[in-house]
Design a protein around this ligand. Structure first.
Ligand code: PEP
Ligand code: MN
Length: 466
């Protein structure tokens, strides 16, 4: 993950090759979470394969390196200071079968297109991050699911059990953690090849478009891509050789939900002697597992990665301040990101007290909007969906609140895919409920499709450049 032209004048980045990691078996405090209330976990500790699975993960190489994680923290510090924008996107729940070259490249390409639109439209560097290569564990509102009088354990993500509604598939299986690790490794390998091996070359910005010129989002993208292309050619004609135009930094993020997995992939960085979760660069605690005295927040407080916390509409200013105290006691720039998911109907009322309290405390966090999770509805034909207009309304509310309070709206967190699915309603190429049958693929929450994602990037770029 090399320096790019978007990040000029950065101190040289640490070369990952120089860093060694050691196991974290006896690191003081790292196992404190085991004594604390721990929600949303499978009961699988007596499973005959549990110990062997954890041992295998603990002996495996790290998926990401501490030096990269530190570089990301520096990038996020710039976001906190209002000098860059964070784009986080990907599946609600990754699936093992979905980790194909086609699907991964479409998703990365869509995120790069969104980032190009945001960078060009708002003249801001964009930190690119996938909900990818590890987003396999899901919190559920109920431990069990009943269909036609049959009750089985809920689906908790493919790292825990299977989606099919059969007893065999829903049985938690710790071997799935090893499969999730291997799937993450091959996903990350492809992402690294794409983003460092020429695929992210800004000179190919027009080729990322898939056509569909009749769609307004694509036509607008084509226009911006043409402008970027001309600017790049102009620089080339002037003799400027930007090595960095050919590659980009791309970071991997997921919810740190399944602590058996995250603990097994924690390593000590030999440079500093500090623990890092090496299953992804950025980890977040979800709305359901962010209790101050719970296991998840305790564990995240002890590792050195940049950390996110989802904040829903019930969050109080006191809770937000206590989370800062616990997760970022040294007020380290880039360490803590608050991902708010209030719902379009709540954001203008519920976000200001939190932002004001944090601002007045002097703490600097990155504020990100997740306009997906507060806007989920059930369609008449039973599908879980979201309206594009509600999603955009929450994004607009997020910008309005930060503008009014003089704080910086630092990023966007979306559930999206590069494919032509029909899961969210609306958009300029209108998706309606009749399109769900056959084109609804998500295992859990509905995602923006390729066109809806691009369209959102244009709207956000407009809001950012105002
Ligand atoms: C998610 O990001 O998929 C999720 C479950 O979010 P939240 O914790 O905000 O509900
Ligand atoms: Mn989700």
């Amino acid at each position: 993950m090399t320096a790019t032209p978007e990040n000029p004048a950065e101190t040289p980045l640490t070369a990952p090759g120089e860093i060694l990691h050691t196991g974290a078996a006896d690191y003081p405090g790292l196992d404190e979470w085991r004594r604390l209330p721990l929600s949303q976990q499978p009961t699988w500790h007596s499973h005959p394969e549990f110990e062997a699975s954890v041992a295998e993960l603990s002996a495996n190489p790290p998926l990401v390196f501490a030096g990269e994680v530190d570089n990301l923290k520096r990038r996020l510090a710039r976001v906190a200071q209002g000098e860059a924008f964070l784009l986080q996107g990907g599946d609600c729940a990754e699936s093992f079968d979905g980790a194909t070259a086609d699907k991964i490249s479409a998703r990365v390409k869509t995120l790069l297109q969104m980032a190009a639109v945001l960078t060009y439209g708002a003249s801001l560097p964009v930190v690119k991050m996938g909900r990818m290569a590890g987003q396999f564990a899901k919190p559920r509102s109920s431990d069990e699911e009943t269909r036609d009088d049959v009750t089985l354990p809920s689906f908790r993500g493919e790292i825990v059990n299977g989606f099919d509604f059969t007893r065999e598939s829903r049985e938690p299986d710790p071997r799935r953690m090893v499969k999730a690790y291997n799937t993450s490794a091959s996903t990350l390998n492809l992402v690294r090849a794409f983003t460092e091996g020429g695929f992210a070359d800004l000179r190919a910005v027009q080729q990322w478009n898939k056509g569909f010129m009749e769609n307004p989002a694509h036509a607008r993208y084509e226009q911006i891509a043409g402008e970027i292309d001309r600017a790049v050619r102009f620089m080339e004609a002037c003799g400027v050789e930007f090595e960095g135009l050919k590659r980009t930094e791309f970071y991997a993020a997921h919810e740190a939900l399944l602590l058996d997995y995250e603990r097994a992939l924690t390593r000590i960085d030999s440079r500093t002697g500090e623990p890092y979760i090496t299953s992804g660069h950025f980890l977040w605690a979800g709305e359901r597992t962010r209790d101050l005295d719970g296991a998840h927040i305790d564990y995240l407080s002890r590792v050195h990665n940049p950390i996110g916390v989802k904040l829903g509409p019930k969050t109080t200013p006191e809770e937000a301040l206590a989370l800062i105290e616990k997760l970022d006691p040294h007020r380290e720039p880039g360490r803590l990101t608050f991902i708010t998911r209030m719902g379009a109907a709540n954001i203008r009322e519920k976000l200001p007290p939190l932002v004001e309290a944090v601002r007045d405390s002097g703490a600097q966090v990155v504020w990100v909007t997740d306009p997906m999770h507060g806007n989920t509805i059930t369609a008449k034909n039973g599908y879980k969906t979201r309206r594009f207009d509600d999603i955009m309304d929450e994004v607009r509310g997020f910008f309005e609140v930060h503008r009014a309070l003089g704080t910086y709206p630092g990023g966007l967190h979306v559930e999206m895919t590069g494919d032509d699915v029909a899961e969210c309603l609306g958009g300029s190429d209108v998706i309606d409920e009749s399109a769900f049958d056959g084109r609804y693929e998500s295992l859990v929450d509905p995602r923006l499709n390729h066109k809806q994602s691009l369209e959102m990037a244009f709207l956000v770029a407009e809001a950012l450049s105002r």
